[in-house]
Design a protein around this ligand. Structure first.
Ligand code: ATP
Ligand code: MG
Length: 306
């Protein structure tokens, strides 16, 4: 559904400069499809996602069989941007054995007794698996940056908490991700970019629909008041940590179906870039297979004789 050129527009992988303003959360889809009208476009996106997920499932089988690489998918977003929907869709296609989702909330007392990367490192996917982080160590340069008073609970060594402090956090993150990539974990990061207006609509929809009310928490509206501070934090974070080895993808998220199609496409593309093949069987193993086959065949003849 998307050309490589279109997908490249969402990718942020270095150069330092990044302006969130240049990314439209309400992007209406690729030009050649815009005349279709909303319903037709939606239907196309849906069948497209279904196909992309089949490809993803096949790619995951190979990831699992090869047992060398793993894929870490990081999701960051404002509330109601559609993280849960993305996870549900991506997960729906893949073998549950090869996939795990970990959600990161405000840190526990035990977690605060360690450095800020610790709890995420413990939850990394093993070789062959896809691990999805629903929020991550990036909260440490987002919510914590918007609410620096949270640092007081982190038991950090004394020091200033200015620009240098935050760039050191970016450095730690870049170094961790570089290490992971060098050792076989691919790192793909999505920022689901929803507009403030669309978030308002989604919050209202949650409040007005009894079946969705459980999803709403009053605190979400309080966080919304810090919208501009969050956008600043996202912008700086993406500029500093969008790297060649672990790029950010800024996904227009006002249209859920488009966001899902883009994410599915990027994930298949990323695993596809590994060009995985089924593991090869050595001549010895092939001999063993032949002999096992013969044994099984002999068994049926034995059984018939009995
Ligand atoms: P939902 O879609 O169900 O609301 P959620 O990811 O928003 O999912 P919540 O339990 O509502 O889950 O929110 C988790 C909260 O934990 C967020 O407000 C997030 O900012 C906060 N959080 C996550 N990591 C940290 C951290 N390292 N320090 C402080 N707060 C954090
Ligand atoms: Mg929430």
């Amino acid at each position: 559904m998307f050309t490589k050129k279109t997908l490249a527009r969402f990718r942020v992988s270095g150069g330092g400069k990044f302006r969130l303003r240049r990314h439209d959360p309400a992007w209406p889809g690729p030009k050649h499809l815009r005349d279709l009208g909303d319903d037709e476009l939606k239907a196309r996106a849906k069948s497209y996602v279904a196909r992309a997920l089949e490809e993803l499932a096949e790619a995951q089988e190979l990831l699992w069989a090869n047992d060398v690489h793993s894929l870490l998918v990081i999701l960051q977003a404002m509330d109601a941007a559609g993280k849960d929907g993305i996870i549900k869709h991506v997960m729906s296609g893949v073998n549950p054995q090869g996939c795990q989702v970990v959600s990161f909330k405000a840190p526990s007392a035990e977690e605060l007794d360690h450095d800020f990367l610790w709890r995420c490192v413990r939850a990394l996917p093993e070789r062959g698996r896809i691990g999805i982080f629903n929020r991550s160590y990036y909260e440490e340069v987002l919510v914590v940056r918007v609410h620096p008073e949270l640092l007081a609970r982190q038991k950090l060594p004394p020091g200033k908490r200015g620009g240098k402090f935050w760039s050191q956090r970016y450095q730690s993150i870049n170094a961790l991700e570089r290490h992971l990539v060098r050792n076989g974990t691919m790192v793909v990061k999505f920022f689901l970019h929803v507009s403030r207006d669309e978030q308002r609509r989604r919050f209202l929809a949650r409040i007005d629909d009894p079946a969705k009310q459980w999803k709403f928490s009053a605190g979400d509206v309080a966080e919304r008041a810090h919208w501009d501070a969050y956008m600043d934090a996202f912008e700086q974070m993406i500029a500093a940590t969008g790297t060649a080895w672990a790029p950010w993808y800024v996904i227009p998220a006002d249209h859920k179906w488009l966001a899902r199609a883009i994410v599915a496409d990027i994930l298949t593309d990323v695993i596809g870039s590994l060009d995985l093949k089924p593991p090869t069987v050595s001549p010895e193993e092939r001999r063993a297979l032949r002999s096992a086959r013969q044994q099984l065949l002999d068994e049926t003849t034995d059984l018939r004789r009995q």
